[in-house]
Design a protein around this ligand. Structure first.
Ligand SMILES: Cc1cc2nc3c(=O)[nH]c(=O)nc-3n(C[C@H](O)[C@H](O)[C@H](O)COP(=O)(O)OP(=O)(O)OC[C@H]3O[C@@H](n4cnc5c(N)ncnc54)[C@H](O)[C@@H]3O)c2cc1C
Length: 262
C-alpha cells in the first residue's frame, strides 16, 4: 500500500507509526497524472497511430527544470516528460474498431490539492490539452487532441482519496538514501503488535516485483524463516502451518493456515 493506509487509516492515530500528516525526510516520490485517451481516426485517416510504438517516452530537453518543478516547486510542469502507452498497438481489444487507446503518464508534484476542486480539475484539463498537443507535435501526429473522443483523468487527489496514497503520490516513498534499504520503514509496526506491512512504502520498495518481495518478507516473518534464500514457488496451500515461531506471530500464522482462531 502506498505509504501504507494500514498506518494512516486503519490504526488509531496514536498507534500510527507514520501518520499521514508526517513528512518523511525526503518526501514521497512523484505523483502522476495518468490520462487515458481514446483517439479516433476520421474517414480518410489511417485507422491507427503508427507514429507511436506500444511504449513511447518523451523527455523534456531541460531535465533539471522539469524535476525542479515537480519535486521542489510543486508546480505542474509544462512542457512535461510524458510516457505514452498505445495499448491498442499490442492488444486491439483495448479500443473499439477504428480507434486507438492511449494511456499517458505525466509525473506530477505529490500534492493532493491537484484535482480536488472544480477549478483545479478545469486547470488540469487545460494542461491535458497541452500535453496531447505536445505528444502530437513531438511524435508528428496531426490533431491528436481534436481526434480524442473519450478521456479519463486520474489526479493526485484521486490517489489520495480513493487509494489512501500518502500525499497523493503514485509510487510511494521515493528511494532516496535516507528512505532506502535498512532506512526504509520496516515491514513491522513499531507500535501495534503483530501488525506487518507489505507494499511500496515499506521495505524493499517501489514497483510490482519489489512489492511482491515485501509480501514474501511478511510470509518469512510469519514462518520464522530468517534465511536469505527466496521461498519456494509456488508455495503449497497451508504453508503457514509450518511456522517455526513460538510467539504470537507463530500462532497467528498457524491460525491463518487452519482458519482456527489463534
Ligand atoms: C500509473 C502507474 C504506473 C506504474 N507502472 C509500474 C510498472 O510499469 N512497473 C512496476 O513494477 N510498477 C509500476 N508502478 C508502481 C506499482 O504499481 C506500485 O509500486 C505497486 O502497485 C504498489 O503496490 P501496493 O500493494 O503498495 O499498493 P497498491 O497496488 O496501490 O494497492 C493498495 C490497495 O489498497 C487499497 N486500499 C487503500 N486504502 C484502503 C483501506 N483503507 N482499506 C482497504 N483497502 C485500501 C487500494 O484500493 C489498493 O487496491 C506504477 C504505478 C502507477 C501509479
Amino acid at each position: 500500500m502506498p505509504w501504507s493506509p494500514a498506518q494512516t487509516c486503519i490504526t488509531p492515530r496514536p498507534r500510527c507509526c507514520h501518520p499521514s500528516t508526517s513528512r518523511a525526510p525526503n518526501g514521497p516520490g512523484d505523483a502522476s497524472d495518468p490520462a487515458s485517451a481514446r483517439s479516433w481516426s476520421s474517414p480518410g485517416w489511417r485507422a491507427s497511430l503508427p507514429e507511436l510504438a506500444h511504449h513511447t517516452l518523451a523527455f523534456t530537453r531541460d531535465w533539471d527544470a522539469n524535476f525542479r518543478a515537480i519535486m521542489d516547486d510543486l508546480t505542474v510542469p509544462h512542457p512535461a516528460s510524458i510516457y505514452v502507452s498505445r495499448t491498442s498497438a499490442t492488444d486491439p481489444s483495448t479500443a473499439p474498431d477504428g480507434h486507438e487507446n492511449l494511456a499517458m503518464l505525466v509525473p506530477f508534484p505529490a500534492d493532493p490539492a491537484l484535482g480536488a476542486t472544480a477549478a483545479s480539475r478545469a486547470a488540469l484539463d487545460q494542461h491535458i490539452a497541452r500535453y496531447l498537443d505536445q505528444v502530437g507535435r513531438w511524435a508528428g501526429i496531426d490533431r491528436l487532441r481534436e481526434r480524442t473522443s473519450v478521456k479519463k483523468v486520474l489526479t493526485p487527489h484521486h490517489f489520495a482519496t480513493e487509494l489512501g496514497a500518502w500525499r497523493g503520490g503514485a509510487l510511494g516513498l521515493e528511494h532516496s538514501l535516507a528512505q532506502s534499504a535498512m532506512f526504509r520503514p520496516s515491514n513491522v509496526s513499531a507500535k501495534v503488535p503483530n501488525l506487518l506491512f507489505a507494499g511500496s512504502s515499506t521495505a524493499p520498495g517501489i514497483g510490482v516485483p519489489i512489492c511482491l518481495i515485501s509480501a514474501e518478507l511478511v510470509a518469512k516473518r510469519l514462518l520464522g524463516d530468517t534465511g536469505a534464500s527466496p521461498l519456494p514457488a509456488p508455495l503449497p496451500a497451508g504453508y503457514l502451518a509450518r511456522s517455526k515461531r513460538a510467539d504470537g506471530l507463530g500462532a497467528l500464522a498457524r491460525s491463518l493456515a487452519t482458519g482456527e482462531a489463534p
